[in-house]
Design a protein around this ligand. Structure first.
Ligand code: SF4
Length: 281
C-alpha cells in the first residue's frame, strides 16, 4: 500500500500520529481537500496565504533586500503588524541588524535537508538555519493566532524531526563535519507574539531517542497493510480536519475550545510548503 510513497516529512508523520486515516487519505490516496465552504475555513485560507507571504518577505530580507523596500510589500493589516514585529523583535536583532550578523558564519534560508529513513527519505524544509561559531540555530516563523504551549510544541514531530535531521544531514553546512546535538537550538518565533519565542535545545540522548523513534515509525508505515490506517478515536482531532466529510465526522468546522486545538487547525490548512518538498523528492 505504501509503495508509491517515497518520502516522509514532519507533517506526514504528525498526521500518522494524530490520525492514521488522515495520513492515508492525504499521502497514500492523495485526495485533495473537499471544497472549502464554511466561513471559518475561508478565513483560515486567507490567514494561511498571508502567512506564506510573510515567509516570502522574511526570506527576501534575509537574503539582503533592504527592509524599507520590503515594508512596502506588507500591504495588509496582518502583514504590516507581523513585519513590524519581526523587524523590531529583540530576540531577532542578531539577524535583522546587519552589523550584528558578523557573529554568524552562514545563513541558509528556505533550505531543504533530507536523509534516508528506512525505505523512505525523510525531508524537511527549514525557514532558516543560522550558523554561528560554535552553535547552530533553526528558526521557524509561525503566524498562529494563538501562542501554543511549549509542552505541546516540544512533542510535535516538527520539533523532533528538524533537530534530528540537522544532525543527520547537515554536515555539508558545517565544513563536512556533522553537527553535534548540543550545538543545536530550535526557535519558533511567533509573528503575533514577538517577545515569546519558544526555544528548544538538543542533547545526544534526545537525538538518539528521536532517530530511533523515526526509524521505528518509518518501518511501521512501510509494512502497513491497507487495514492499518484507522480513524482516530479522539474525535476532537476531527473538528477542523478537512476530510471530515469522508469520515462521517461532521460537515461544519467545530469551535476550537483551546489554543492547541486551534493551532493544530491552522497547521492542517498549512500544507503548501511541506508538499512542495515532498513532491520534489
Ligand atoms: S475526520 Fe477525523 S477520522 Fe477522518 S481523517 Fe480527519 S481526523 Fe481522521
Amino acid at each position: 500500500m505504501t509503495e508509491q510513497l517515497h518520502s516522509l516529512s514532519q507533517s506526514s508523520l504528525q498526521d500518522y500520529n494524530d490520525c492514521p486515516r488522515r495520513f492515508e487519505l492525504r499521502y497514500l490516496q492523495r485526495l485533495s481537500y473537499p471544497a472549502i465552504e464554511t466561513e471559518p475555513a475561508l478565513e483560515n485560507e486567507k490567514h494561511q496565504q498571508e502567512g506564506e507571504y510573510f515567509h516570502r518577505l522574511v526570506q527576501q530580507h534575509l537574503i539582503g533586500i533592504p527592509a524599507e523596500q520590503i515594508a512596502k510589500l506588507a500591504n495588509t493589516e496582518n502583514l504590516q503588524r507581523w513585519w513590524e514585529n519581526y523587524i523590531t523583535a529583540k530576540d531577532l536583532s542578531g539577524l535583522t541588524h546587519r552589523a550584528l550578523r558578523e557573529d554568524l558564519t552562514g545563513l541558509y534560508v528556505e533550505t531543504t535537508l533530507s536523509a534516508p529513513l528506512g525505505k523512505f527519505r525523510l525531508v524537511a524544509k527549514y525557514d532558516l538555519i543560522a550558523i554561528g561559531k560554535d552553535q547552530v540555530t533553526i528558526y521557524d516563523w509561525k503566524t498562529y493566532r494563538k501562542r501554543p504551549k511549549n509542552e505541546w510544541l516540544h512533542i510535535r514531530w516538527q520539533t523532533r524531526v528538524y533537530r534530528a535531521l540537522l544532525v543527520q544531514a547537515g554536515a555539508h553546512l558545517n565544513g563536512n563535519k556533522p553537527f553535534i546535538p548540543e550545538q543545536i537550538e530550535m526557535i519558533y518565533w511567533f509573528a503575533d507574539f514577538p517577545a515569546e519565542p519558544a526555544r528548544f535545545i538538543y542533547k545526544a540522548d534526545q537525538y538518539k531517542r528521536d532517530w530511533d523513534a523515526l526509524t521505528k515509525l518509518a518501518d511501521e508505515i512501510a509494512s502497513a497493510s491497507r487495514f492499518a490506517f484507522p480513524k482516530t478515536d479522539e474525535v476532537s482531532k476531527c473538528s477542523y480536519c478537512p476530510y471530515r466529510s469522508y469520515c462521517n465526522r461532521g460537515i461544519r468546522a467545530g469551535d476550537a475550545a483551546d489554543a492547541e486545538l486551534e493551532t493544530e487547525a491552522e497547521e492542517l490548512f498549512d500544507i503548501n510548503f511541506e508538499q512542495i518538498g515532498e513532491i520534489a523528492f
